[in-house]
Design a protein around this ligand. Structure first.
Ligand code: FES
Length: 195
C-alpha cells in the first residue's frame, strides 16, 4: 500500500458549498465522525454519513490538516465529464494516484460520489470548487470542476487535470469504501492503490 493508502483520517472540517446548474445552493450537512479516542490513537479510519449531501454539493474532510473533498455529483455533472476527455492530460488516470477501482473516467467506486484529495499536484495549494458551467471567471468552455488559485491549474469533476497547466497529474484519490450505500469509510480500501 502507498503512503496515501496508509493515511488515516483524524478530523472533519465543516466547509460545505453547493452549486447546481449554475445556481448556488448551500446544503446543510450533518457530520458523522465515529472513531473512539482509542481508535483515533491507532489511526483508525473514519465514517462519514453522506445521506444528507445533496446532488451538486461538496463537503471537505480533513486528515492531519490535509483536506479531502467529497462531491455528490448530479446526473448533469456526470454527463459533462464525457465531453472534455480531449482537453485532459491523463483522462484514463494512467499516470495518477488512485485506488485501482478509481482508474477510470469517473474515478470513483460509486459514480455519484467523488472522493478526492484537495491538494493540487503542482505545489500543494488547495483547489477551489468551480461547479458552475461557463462562469465569467472560468470562460465559456468550463464544464465544472476545480481551480487552483496559486498557479492556475484546472481539474474536472473527477479531479482530472487539464492539459497546459502546471499540475502534472490528476488529484489523488484516497483509499475509501462505502457501507450501507451512503456511509463513506475513509482510510480503508478493499483494493491496492495504483501508484
Ligand atoms: S499549486 Fe496548484 S497550480 Fe501551482
Amino acid at each position: 500500500m502507498s503512503k496515501v493508502g496508509r493515511r488515516k483520517f483524524l478530523s472533519i472540517a465543516t466547509s460545505v458549498t453547493s452549486v447546481i446548474g449554475g445556481a448556488f445552493a448551500v446544503t446543510p450537512f450533518i457530520l458523522s465522525f465515529q472513531p473512539s479516542k482509542k481508535a483515533k490513537a491507532l489511526g483508525a479510519s473514519i465514517k462519514v454519513d453522506l445521506s444528507n449531501l445533496e446532488p451538486g454539493s461538496l463537503i471537505k474532510v480533513l486528515y492531519r490538516g490535509t483536506p479531502f473533498y467529497v462531491v455528490h455529483r448530479s446526473d448533469d455533472m456526470i454527463a459533462q465529464l464525457k465531453t472534455i476527455n480531449s482537453d485532459l492530460r491523463d483522462p484514463d488516470s494512467e499516470l495518477s494516484i488512485q485506488p485501482n477501482f478509481a482508474k477510470n473516467e469517473l474515478r470513483s467506486m460509486k459514480p455519484k460520489y467523488l472522493v478526492v484529495e484537495g491538494v493540487c499536484t503542482h505545489l500543494g495549494c488547495a483547489p477551489i470548487e468551480k461547479f458552475s458551467i461557463a462562469p465569467a471567471d472560468m470562460g465559456p468552455d468550463w464544464r465544472g470542476g476545480f481551480y487552483c488559485p496559486c498557479h492556475g491549474s484546472k481539474f474536472d469533476l473527477s479531479g482530472r487535470v487539464f492539459s497546459g497547466v502546471p499540475a502534472p497529474s490528476n488529484l489523488r484519490i484516497p483509499p475509501h469504501r462505502f457501507e450501507n450505500g451512503s456511509i463513506l469509510v475513509v482510510g480503508e480500501n478493499s483494493e491496492d492503490m495504483n501508484v
